[in-house]
Design a protein around this ligand. Sequence first.
Ligand SMILES: Nc1ncnc2c1ncn2[C@@H]1O[C@H](COP(=O)(O)OP(=O)(O)OP(=O)(O)O)[C@@H](O)[C@H]1O
Ligand SMILES: [Mg+2]
Length: 1026
Amino acid sequence: MESALTARDRVGVQDFVLLENYTSEAAFIENLRKRFKENLIYTYIGSVLVSVNPYKDLEIYTKNHMERYRGVNFYEVSPHIYAVADNSYRSMRTEGKDQCILISGESGAGKTEASKKILQYYAVTCPASEQVQTVKDRLLQSNPVLEAFGNAKTLRNDNSSRFGKYMDIQFDFKGAPVGGHIINYLLEKSRVVHQNHGERNFHIFYQLIEGGEEDLLRHLGLERNPQQYQYLIKGNCPKVSSINDRSDWKVVKKALTVIGFSENEVEELLNIIASVLHLGNVQYGGEDSNACITSDIQIKYLPRVTLVLSVFACLHLSLTFLSLCVFHHQLMSPLNLEQASSARDALAKAVYGRTFTWLVNKINTSLTYTGDSSKNYSVIGLLDIYGFEVFQHNSFEQFCINYCNEKLQQLFIELTLKSEQDEYEAEGITWEPVQYFNNKIICDLVEEKFKGIISILDEECLRPGDASDLTFLEKLEDTVGGHAHFVTHKLADAKTRKVMGRDEFRLLHYAGEVNYNVNGFLDKNNDLLFRNLKEVMCMSENKILTQCFNREELSDKKRPDTAATQFKASLAKLMEILMSKEPSYVRCIKPNDSKQSGRFDEVLIRHQVKYLGLMENLRVRRAGFAYRRRYEVFLQRYKSLCPGTWPNWDGKLSDGVSTLVKHLGYKPEEYKMGRSKIFIRFPKTLFATEDALETRKHSLATKLQAGWKGYSQKCKYQKLRNSAIAVQAWWRGILARRRAQRRRQAANTIRRFIKGFIYRHKERCPENEYFLDYVRYSFLMNLCKNLPKNVLDKSWPTPPAALTEASEHLRKMCMQNMVWSYCKKISPEWKHQMEQKMIASEIFKDKKDNYPQSVPKLFVSTRLDGENINPKVVQALGSEKMKYAVPVTKYDRRGYKPRPRQLLLTANSAVIAEEGKLKQRIDYGTLKGISVSSLSDGVFVLHVPSEDNKQKGDVVLQSDHVIETLTKIAICADKINTININQGSIKFTMGQGKEGIIDFTPGSELLVAKAKNGHLSVTAPRLNSR
Ligand SMILES: Nc1ncnc2c1ncn2[C@@H]1O[C@H](COP(=O)(O)OP(=O)(O)OP(=O)(O)O)[C@@H](O)[C@H]1O
Ligand SMILES: [Mg+2]
């Protein structure tokens, strides 16, 4: 509620005590109107709930709403019927005191709906077990049954309760509903036989006719047409748009089962309902003074359904004759038409009325708490009783109803004032007397023994002689004529007489003036049923009827209490019940007479505000202080308005509140400090504080926002940081694990390596296999990187022992590969060159000193080209193709004189030419051999056969290119194997059998000369390279 204080301009105040102008009815109604417009149908007057019927479904009765109000302090949430229900429930649980909720208001104001909402609230929110669930179901289901039998469509309400109801809900020590008990008050029985225009009989009649199954109707002898029944056609309103009798019938039947009615009981109950309808159709005729039944056809079902078959004749008789007991003689007196009709109606009313009471008792049996027999439960009572009624014509019923309301008002005043006074006392605040109207005077006027209206009425009913309604009125004038709250036509002033009938008396009720018409007062009060009709009913075989009409009643000679006295007694009992409980009040208001939503009829509402005594309520409540709250609640709400109490007050709560209100500048007359509460006298003081809070909220909100933003950013940062740390830690962990694994692997490798190294000479085994493999692997890898670059590169890594053979294979393969690729690359010329060089190598390598010097020098195809050879020589050679020519020196055989010559090689012979002359031709076939020294000189000898005269002996020649020249000769002559390399000297033939010798000696320079011994001496220089 505190939270809505701020919205007060739009939606008014949630508690009327906060109305500044609390004595103004206009302000009161304006507040109601404002709230009603916003669909806020509930408003408090202190702890009293004022409820305005919205005439539409508001979404305020959901399970969520129930939860919102559950266990919450009354003033913390907006006003609601659930708040009242919850408050009572909690008070019952915590204080252990029985509670009651009094719901009042005029017809159609929403009392029954309110009581149903409360019941639903308990059914949903209270703890439940399986057994409790059954009780909850029965409590809830008692409503449709009681409404079917006790509610009817009236002009004011389509579902008007035609009886008063007080229902006890019993809760066990755990707070679960475990039982219930219903007391009913003054059922409007007259409705069974008569309805005003536009009204209906009790719902059950229509439900049975509309919804009853064909078989059932046939059995009951009913037709599916309400127009057929006299008791249903009086109001000429069999159908109501807002009521669906057919579906309601199903609901009622189901409810009867839930409550625990057996099939037989339901059947017997329906028999009675049908019998009432049939009874209504009993018509009379004959002479006026001697009525007889003319509607035998209709009556034929009556005994069948009421199960008084055996006494059909009696019933027949009883409806037309009155049995009198005169001086112990039974006499039968015929009834006139009017008497017979009223006897019939009286029977119908009695049957229905007593059946209704039986029904309530039956429900009570099914709701009986079956637990501990000692009263070990708490109770919440719900009183749904008719509100103050003022019609154009008010009769005995209105008199009773309004009397009931007087009593309730009295109770209300007493209890409210008492609780107010108690609170002041408890808080140690001086009580200031409140001026209010005490309606005890009116209650006394009605109920006082001997002098009260009821006593006078009873007296008139009982006295012998011609008592009538008018004699009753006269008696009233005589007895209470002087009472300030009583007026009759006779006693009234001229002005009042105009609005009063002569057969009326007026009571000045607390809620207003009401004129009662005395006609029918005596009959209604007597509520008599002829003895013979009672007797017949006692004979019934219908079990319900036998319970309703028992024989003891017949033998009891004492006259039964009159209706008014019974009502007075039951009210006194009700007051006792209510006084023993802590009350809560729900005051229901009807916003308009047309059952429309959204229509706020000010006149009608003002009327109800007055009748409900709401202004009086408010005055009592506001007599002292408009607002009171416990210190902790007040301090909690407003502490931010004072630096001393903000953000927290550590000391005593009352000191905190004192500091706060002093800071706020409250004047001493504006408030009082109780023991646990602060009392604020004027709403304006509270509103000023509330406005200050509203302003303060903004700055607080900014601070809170800033604080929150900072906090949330910090949280965000912290979260990010933690995430980063987590990622870091995670990543570091990964790295460390990787490193550790690497180290472990490395250590393992080293360990295996060392072990392998130790075992390296052993057979391959697990200990050394890694090492051996590694050595192989590393050798191969090393080899792969360091292979020889070319064929001349002879480098080759040293293989491990295990790979020696493989290494050798590889080396060869590598060499072959290099050679192969080298060979693939060389040109034919170069190949030729190489072939020649190979041959030269074969012949001279390591045999002749100047061979190494010749290796890098390329062999040429010829050392003499065409220009250097004499054409005559070329001509002399004819077709012989010259393959090689080189200048040489020829040494004579005799004197060893050197002579320049040219050596020409053809395909078939070697030719020695001098200028244009062919001096000597040596066919290769005749060439016996070639000799040469092992030294570095260029002298060589071509050996020819000595017997060949043409040749004149071997030829001694010297070439500067001796290796090349001899290689060419060897190739051309195919004499590779016939070249002799001699050391020291060479012998040769000089012709005619003579032999020459050439001596070779190493020296410093080349010198060829004839020695003294006649040998040719050749000194060859020593070459460094050798
Ligand atoms: N809180 C509510 N929300 C919606 N509709 C409501 C509410 N209260 C009452 N009504 C409507 O008003 C009608 C009359 O209400 P209800 O029967 O409770 O009146 P009553 O005070 O019990 O009247 P009576 O004295 O004739 O029994 C209901 O049938 C329903 O349509
Ligand atoms: Mg009702």
